[in-house]
Design a protein around this ligand. Sequence first.
Ligand SMILES: [Zn+2]
Length: 274
Amino acid sequence: MPELPEVETMVRDLRPRVVGRRIERVSLSHDDILRGVTKPMLLKRLKGATVQSVTRRAKHAVIDLGGRRLVVQPGMTGNLIHYARPLTDAEAKYAVLRAAIDDGTELVYRDIRRIGTLLLLGERDWQDYDSALGPEPLDPTLDAARFGRIFGGSRQAVKKVLMDQRKIVGVGNIYANEALFAAGIDPSKPAHRLDAEAHARLLGEVQRILRAAIDSQGTTFRDYRTGTGEPGNFQLELAVYGREGEPCRVCGTRLAHTHDIDARITVFCHRCQR
Ligand SMILES: [Zn+2]
């Protein structure tokens, strides 16, 4: 699933290409990805709208159309892609939303499995949506003390808290595995048992890994593409995710794995993570 770095990469690619541009024509191939808005209403609101900004909140892309925001939750296989050339037949096949821009280019929401969702939110619904989400991990005002309070109040496994979007956003399974390994913290440890030093270490590793992933344009998931349709390349640098049974890069111990924490795969080193 695209996590924070992948969506950040997408919006950074799109921003210079579509902000300030007017949407001239819109089409939607399937309405099963819409939430809280009908197809006729979506098309009506998008057509003629000017893109004010393209930002990210949590793992979602937010396109401000002036008064309304189109929130794109890419799910497992969704991407927003800007095409400066006509789409090939293969590209058009999975293009769910197509918005023709006034400079002759096209903004496309592509989704092979259509697990992603599109929301169109007015100001008040946007406030509700935004306030239901936890703080951004790269927000400069998020310090170790505030980060620590998030964990201090929970008896759940630290990995579960790290991935709970109501507590802190943007960290999914891949980066949670990586950050906990880098911080030397056992993913199953009850969150309230972390001390202040562990909070600072974990926050530091979460931020370092997310920034590194953004710098290398995100991880390549099977269907992930950047905002210009290129695959990301962070997969080359993953230390634990996808490496169960292989030797730990720090101590050489065979990496263990479990599905017991949150039903997702957790890969960790018994020796390095306490
Ligand atoms: Zn190790």
